[in-house]
Design a protein around this ligand. Structure first.
Ligand code: TMP
Length: 225
């Protein structure tokens, strides 16, 4: 059986990636291709607990940068064992909101741990598993920051939940994360497709559909072969 297709969305908080992932999943389903959706951190019972710890309100849980790094990989190892490897093995089309590029951007860049340690852990813990395609949304930093803060206030007002540990980081933190995303895009120009424009959701969606359809053309669902 042909191996599945692994597609990830990346970007800073407020970049619009989760909205775009949902739109793309709907488009793919409407055109008859079932997709499975995942997110990181989270997506498994264990991962959801890790997510709650990682994103807890700033000050609630003190987490050292290397502990944070290790937790991201613990979450990912569980996701691979429980969801990702079985899905790819079964030939599925898998959409994941964030992957190791996020760790390189946030822990490698933002927390200044460097990309090297992230690459080493990725090789050891994840067997180097990389997506077939990554859509990186990288609108100007100020746009993402503003959107993320507004959304956090809204979610907090509506649900009382506060997942602001990262949103509360300094602008310098996000500047370093942004720069690391740019470095990833420059290094992996084939796997990573970058969208830097701050454009309406519909326009970006249409561009993502074109790129994804193009890449999927070389990958057909096994039952159709
Ligand atoms: P989300 O809001 O896109 O679900 O992401 C949750 C937060 O976790 C976001 O601020 C980025 C952060 N994060 C990391 O710092 N490193 C990682 O490896 C991942 C997957 C997420």
């Amino acid at each position: 059986m042909k191996r599945g297709f692994f597609l990830t969305f990346e970007g800073l908080d407020g970049s619009g990636k989760s909205t775009q992932l949902r739109r793309l999943a709907a488009h793919l389903r409407n055109s008859g291709r079932p997709v499975r959706e995942m997110r990181q951190p989270g997506g498994t019972g264990f991962g959801d607990k890790v997510r709650a710890l990682l994103l807890a309100e700033k000050g609630q849980t003190a987490i050292a940068p290397r502990a944070e790094l290790a937790m991201m990989f613990a979450d990912r190892a569980q996701a691979i064992a429980e969801v990702i490897e079985p899905a790819l093995e079964a030939g599925e089309l898998l959409l994941c909101d964030r992957w190791t590029d996020s760790t390189e951007a946030y822990q490698g860049g933002g927390r200044a741990l460097g990309a090297e340690v992230v690459h080493r852990l990725h090789a050891e813990v994840c067997g180097g598993l990389q997506p077939n395609l990554t859509v990186l949304l990288l609108p100007p930093l100020e746009v993402s920051l503003q959107r993320a803060r507004r959304r956090n206030e809204r979610v907090q007002a509506q649900t009382g939940r506060d997942e602001s540990r990262f949103e509360a980081e300094s602008e310098a933190f996000f500047r370093r994360s942004y720069a690391q995303y740019e470095a990833i895009a420059a290094r992996e120009a084939v796997r990573v497709v970058v969208m830097k424009e701050d454009e309406p959701v519909e326009l970006i969606h249409a561009r993502i559909v074109r790129v994804v359809e193009d890449r999927l053309a070389g990958w057909t669902r096994p039952e159709l072969q």
